[in-house]
Design a protein. Structure first.
Length: 225
């Protein structure tokens, strides 16, 4: 059994499926998805459809909340007159569902988004979308930081983290920088996995998977855009 982490799919369904094929995901593996399944890419609905189908087919999945899911859920509670164009990538998400407002997506998809926890701990890793607020005694009390925080590496509380490594996304990072961080992850107590799948920029535009068990990185070039 392997434990595998992926983050920041952002509606790139074909790329997500290709990466699952590349890592040869099986029902004996555990798949951890660290948030931002939706927005910006062309098929957010397809991404969540695949996640729910994997669960229904007996695959072991743990899915975390990203800031885009949080914004989407908050918008689903807003009145129709709210200016939705202010939210990056929302138009693409609504188009994938063929609807005009977040509240109109299938109930099981909205329930999935509502059910997502902010972080998860396994034997060797902390899993979170963005990061932690290490300025407070218990970083688990700051839910906002777990889906939004970007600048926290310098303040990591090694005593709180223990021997675990924090795996996260949220901040698009070039593949060469991820590989450099991978070499130092034990010292840094962290590894970012967001290689900017949805951004057509040199060094980005890839979706990353990390085999947590064997400490192996996989990269899949975006095939959606």
């Amino acid at each position: 059994m392997r434990q595998i982490a992926i983050t920041d799919i952002h509606g790139c369904h074909k790329t997500f499926r290709a990466l699952l094929d590349k890592v040869a995901l099986s029902r004996e593996d555990e798949l951890f998805l660290l948030g931002d399944y939706i927005d910006r890419g062309p098929d957010s609905k397809g991404v969540i459809d695949t996640i729910l189908k994997l669960k229904a087919d007996g695959y072991q999945l743990t899915c975390l909340l990203g800031n885009h899911e949080q914004m989407f859920f908050e918008l689903s509670l807003s009145p129709p007159g709210r200016p939705l164009y202010l939210y990056p990538g929302l138009a693409e998400t609504l188009a994938s569902y063929n609807c005009r407002h977040p509240k109109d997506i299938p109930p099981e998809h909205l329930e999935f988004i509502l059910s997502l926890p902010s972080c998860h701990r396994v034997e060797d890793y902390w899993l979170v979308h963005a990061g932690f607020n290490f300025s407070i005694p218990d970083p688990l009390e700051d839910q906002h930081a777990m889906i939004w925080e970007r600048h926290w590496y310098e303040s990591v509380n090694k005593e709180w983290v223990g021997r675990r490594i924090i795996l996260h996304g949220h901040t698009p990072t070039r593949v060469d920088e991820i590989l450099s961080m991978y070499e130092k992850m034990d010292d840094m107590s962290a590894l970012i996995l967001d290689s900017g799948c949805v951004f057509r920029v040199q060094g980005l535009n890839q979706l990353t998977a990390f085999d947590m068990t064997n400490r192996r990185l996989y990269f899949q070039q975006n095939i959606d855009l």
